[in-house]
Structure formats: C-alpha cells, structure tokens
Design a binder for this molecule. Structure first.
Ligand code: SF4
Length: 191
C-alpha cells in the first residue's frame, strides 16, 4: 500500500496515488467478519438497514473507532450461504451496508452477498471504504465489480484532523457519500 495516506490530499480533488493492496481473501464461499450481523440500523445509511461487519483493514487510520477489525487473521469466517439465509430472516429492512474493517479487501464475498440481497430481497446496498472511488476504479477487477453492485459508497480514509460529527454517515470531511448507478458504478450525485 505504500505511503498513500501520507500523500492523500487534504484539500482539492482526490488523486489516485496507489492501488488497493493484494490481500488474501477467504476461501470461495466464505467471508471473514468482525462481529455479528446487525439489523434495524439507522446510522449507516438511509432507511432501516442490516449491516455486515467485515474483518481486516490495511488502512490503519489514526483515530479509527474499530482497530480490532484491522487484523486479517482476526474475527471469524462464515459461509456466505449462512449469511444470506440469516439476512433473509430480518424483517422490514430496506437495505444492507458493508462496514469494516475494509469491505473492499473481500470484494468477491461482498459482491455475492450484495447480489443476493438486491436480487432476492429487493434491498439497496451501500458500502464504506477507506479507499477512494478513484482508487477502486483504478484497481479494477473484483473490487470494481463489487463497487458496480452498489447503490452508494462512502469513500476515503478517516482523517482525524478533518473529523466532523455533523456529516451524514461520515466521520471526516474528506469522505464522500457517493450515490451510484447500479450496474455501471457511475456517480449519480455526491454529498
Ligand atoms: S478504513 Fe475504516 S476500519 Fe480501516 S482504519 Fe480507517 S476508519 Fe478504521
């Protein structure tokens, strides 16, 4: 990952300075989580949402509220089929949000879950990422495929010096709430 955090611009347009790191993903059919599934969440996206908390994050933002989610060997692996079944048992949800940890280091597993809740449950899908939209697009591959399955992305690392608790769903002013065109990844609007 290099020193992209040090060179991440605090003002002005976001710049791609590095690709996402190549990190080991769980075996096919599994996802590594940091905690139990959540439901009826109203703070990680619009509506009433289920939340999948992923394990493993290379970003190590100073001031991160969830440092226990950084270790790629931490947390626990769960079968994706089990996750989908349990999500389908949550009544009244309008969407699913991936939080972390860093969801984009497990893009294959996250996309499978995103596809399930969208196609079978009719939910919208949001994700947080410590990487920027531009970094994910530049990386391409499975990370970009996961992004294309989303309706919204909250992007960028948490930067302590830009902390602002008044922002919707975001912790620091550099982070953006990007509404996406599902299937293409095109940015429709941003906050
Ligand atoms: S990207 Fe998120 S989980 Fe990772 S260190 Fe930064 S704030 Fe913490």
């Amino acid at each position: 990952m290099g020193d992209w955090k040090e060179t991440y611009p605090s003002k002005g347009p976001l710049t791609v300075v590095a690709e996402l790191p190549a990190t080991p993903q769980p075996p096919d059919g599994f996802i590594r989580l940091s905690g139990p599934l959540e439901h009826d969440n109203i703070v990680n996206g619009d509506g009433l949402r289920a939340v999948v908390w992923t394990q493993g994050c290379p970003n190590h933002c100073p001031g991160c509220q969830n440092p226990e989610t950084w270790d790629f060997a931490g947390g626990f692996e769960v079968e994706i089929d089990e996750i989908c079944r349990r999500l389908s048992e949550f009544p009244g949800q309008t969407g699913l949000t991936f939080c972390g940890g860093e969801p984009f280091v497990q893009p294959r597993a996250c996309k499978q879950i995103a596809d399930y809740v969208r196609d079978k449950l009719g939910w919208d899908v949001w994700s947080f990422s410590g990487f920027t939209y531009e970094q994910i697009k530049e990386t391409g591959g499975e990370a970009w495929e996961f992004l294309k399955s989303l309706d919204a992305l909250i992007d960028g690392p948490f930067i302590l010096s830009q902390k602002d608790l008044s922002l919707r769903y975001r912790g620091s002013r550099n982070q953006r709430l990007l509404h996406l065109e599902r299937g293409t990844g095109k940015i429709v609007s941003q906050e």
